[in-house]
Design a protein around this ligand. Structure first.
Ligand SMILES: Cc1ncc(COP(=O)(O)O)c(C=O)c1O
Length: 466
């Protein structure tokens, strides 16, 4: 016999709940169907979890779990101290709703999660579809016929020009279009750089310790010895870099979140010139600094020795697989030699669309829009964890932060995150050779605005469990 929910709302809503099936999943399915059918309309206030639990004769926690699930999917808006409401989903094509669950081959391998606080991911629901579509249309309408022939392996000249102008203006990069190369994501670019410096004669590379494991493996795959250098609050310890090659994240160390101090930047530039070094600067989220103007690229201090690397994955979307490097003159022939093996060039229409979105200012507009949004999300995260005694480390920037945990905290955090269906990352797996204190890497980019409060609730529940 179906049960009805009529409490707290002028229009009684029949949720069609079979009394023998009263799990959070069942309740979520019933509410989802009610929203889809229009029985629950946009803006409608749902009863409190306590009231609905009592109405239906189920535990309050079951209702909370169902609400969280639907908030993560974009059906409900959960706000602290206000009623949960139906989101404006009728306007959205089904394809734009966030998937119900996520699985990952990365840090959360083996667990399915609803709340996505994995670090380094942008909010892909904010991808500027209209601007991108307009850029694609303009590219198709204006490209001469020969655009569709075999393209330059290092990138279309129009995109190389647009990137040179943008990077000079926004990141202080010394960029000649001839030195700009475009490829299918930064992960492919670092593998290409490693092959190129190997043939230039660099056999050993230092990476920051901690760093992203898949990026350091990409360097090793080129037949290069990789060692780690310690990082402190002033960024990487430059004195510990004794190899001719290095991969660094000076603007926002990944994952600790510090910026490289001015004296160390200068020391590194001097050392690079003195030892004919080749350094790759990974500027993965340099546009997103919240407390001040972003520091300029390190590359400008030693452009013959530093390759600047960037990606469209944070400001636009990782699915585009578009990234770029600005390469020193002496490395360019080696880059050209290995470009085909790195999967270059990328499809020309995508390149022309990126050139257009940069040239028309739509890219800057998107960065400004998302900077404000990510800043607000970081503030909300800091505020949510403060009462539990957590004080994030690192500068106010990017799409993630680090919450230091007590000794042995990582296994407990992983177990609690799995229970609360939360995707997060752990500092420990970023170790190259040095041990690191336990820490939780929390991203605030990935969820939709609708889903973010519920994701924060899940994080707070995980931290409470520790
Ligand atoms: C530190 C760092 N570098 C580079 C990248 C890779 O960017 P892409 O998506 O272009 O491969 C990421 C992505 O998360 C990152 O966190």
């Amino acid at each position: 016999m179906p049960a009805s929910w009529t409490s707290g709302n002028q229009n009684g809503v029949d949720l069609h709940i079979d009394p023998s099936r009263r799990s959070a999943t069942d309740l979520a399915a019933a509410l989802r169907a009610a929203v889809r059918d229009g029985r629950l309309i946009t803006g409608a206030a749902l009863p409190s979890t306590r009231a609905l639990g009592a109405d239906l004769g189920i535990a309050r926690g079951t209702v909370t779990a169902a609400y969280s699930q639907l908030a993560a999917e974009g059906y409900l808006v959960v706000r602290h101290g206000a009623p949960t409401r139906v989101a404006d989903v009728q306007q959205l094509p089904q394809a734009r709703l966030a998937p119900a669950t996520h699985t990952s081959s990365g840090p959360t391998a083996g667990w399915t999660f609803t709340h996505n606080l994995l670090p380094g991911l942008p909010d892909v629901s904010a991808f500027p579809r209209d601007a991108w579509a307009a850029s694609i249309r303009r590219a198709l309408a204006t490209a001469p016929h020969d655009t569709f022939g075999y393209p330059d392996r290092l990138g279309h000249p129009a995109l190389r020009r647009a990137l040179a102008a943008y990077l000079g203006r926004a990141r202080g990069v010394l960029a000649d279009p001839e030195h700009v190369v475009v490829g299918p994501g930064f992960t492919a670019m670092i593998a290409l750089w490693a092959r190129a410096v190997r043939s230039y004669g660099v056999t050993a590379v230092t990476v920051e310790d901690p760093f992203l494991p898949h990026l350091h493996r990409a360097v090793e795959t080129a037949g290069i010895d990789v060692t780690g250098a310690p990082v402190d609050h002033d960024g990487v310890q430059v004195a510990a870099i004794t190899t001719r090659g290095a991969v660094l994240t000076p603007a926002h160390q990944y994952p600790l979140g510090h910026t490289l101090a001015p004296t160390r930047r200068a020391a590194l530039a001097r050392r690079a010139a003195a030892h004919d070094m080749q350094i790759l600067e990974d500027d993965y989220d340099g546009e997103f600094r919240f407390d001040r103007r972003p520091v300029g690229a390190l590359q400008a201090l030693a452009p013959d020795h530093i390759t600047y690397g960037g990606t469209a994955s944070k400001a636009l979307a990782p699915g585009l697989r578009l990234a770029w490097m600005v390469v020193p003159q002496r490395l360019l022939p080696h880059i050209r030699d290995h470009a085909a093996a790195a999967g270059m060039p990328v499809p020309v229409i995508d390149q022309l669309a990126l050139a257009d979105i940069l040239d028309t200012g739509a890219y800057d507009k998107q960065v400004r829009r998302m900077r404000g949004r990510y800043r607000a999300r970081r503030d909300a995260l800091v505020e949510a964890v403060a009462p539990l005694g957590y004080d994030p480390d690192g500068i106010a920037a990017g799409l993630h932060l680090l919450l230091p945990l007590g000794a042995g905290g990582e296994p407990a955090a992983a177990a609690a995150a799995k229970r609360h269906r939360l995707g997060i990352d752990l500092l420990g797996r970023h170790s190259i050779t040095l041990p690191h204190p336990d820490g939780l890497l929390v991203g605030f980019g990935a969820p939709t605005d609708h889903a973010y409060p519920a994701a924060l609730d899940a994080l707070v529940a995980v931290l409470r469990a520790l």
